[in-house]
Design a protein around this ligand. Sequence first.
Ligand SMILES: O=c1ccn([C@@H]2O[C@H](COP(=O)(O)OP(=O)(O)O)[C@@H](O)[C@H]2O)c(=O)[nH]1
Ligand SMILES: O=C(O)[C@@H](COP(=O)(O)O)O[C@H]1O[C@H](CO)[C@@H](O)[C@H](O)[C@H]1O
Length: 213
Amino acid sequence: MAPVTAIIPAYNEEATIGEIISVLCQVDDIAEIIVVSDGSVDATAEVARRAGARVIELPDNMGKGGAMKVGVDHSRTGIILFLDADLIGLTCEHVNSLIFPVIHGEVKMTVGIFEKGRLATDLAQFVAPYLSGQRALEKDLLDEICDLEECRFGVEVALTKYAHDNNIAIKEVELSGMSHIMKEEKMGLARGLAARMKMYWEIAKTVGSGLKR
Ligand SMILES: O=c1ccn([C@@H]2O[C@H](COP(=O)(O)OP(=O)(O)O)[C@@H](O)[C@H]2O)c(=O)[nH]1
Ligand SMILES: O=C(O)[C@@H](COP(=O)(O)O)O[C@H]1O[C@H](CO)[C@@H](O)[C@H](O)[C@H]1O
């Protein structure tokens, strides 16, 4: 069996999820693509299934961390690749650059950083690379972090903080030409900004909570 499971948490991402899955289908080291539709009310699940993913449909929205945890619980490989469902410009080379260092035992975790994509998203990841949702890691690490499902958008800082506290090196990988659809683009300015504030609150709560092992 190929060593990696790709897990994509997805909340109303029918516009972009299909293309991401079609790229992942071409990567040799991916055993399975699991999309966790996090209470989506659009055609995310249907589009993902048609594109070739195994789809888990959550009846209610659990938040990003919860959706990722459900995906991990259903995975059967030792390495996990997390990707967001709203990426623009994903290629097989990007995927390989995230998973190879973990497959080859160079590091236990990689994190992907957008570069030379769009100014706004390049800048956001330059300022706060530890927020990135593009990561490959050994599944064992996830078993050691409690309450991941409660973190919602704090899930990435929880992963980064765990690695930092336990002296686990994270390799930053450049994802050249990649971007994602920003909240304000998806939802409009007012709702997008409100969602952004809620996300920052969830991140701040996770930082403040002092994660348990
Ligand atoms: O309650 C949520 C919110 C977001 N997501 C997914 O988590 C990823 C990142 O979310 P989003 O794109 O909103 O965050 P951004 O990248 O804009 O910060 C995307 O695949 C979303 O569909 C999710 O599964 N549940
Ligand atoms: O880069 C950022 O500031 C945020 C917000 O992105 P947008 O407001 O959608 O451009 O996105 C990231 O942070 C989230 C929390 O860690 C992650 O879940 C997303 O994957 C990541 O793109």
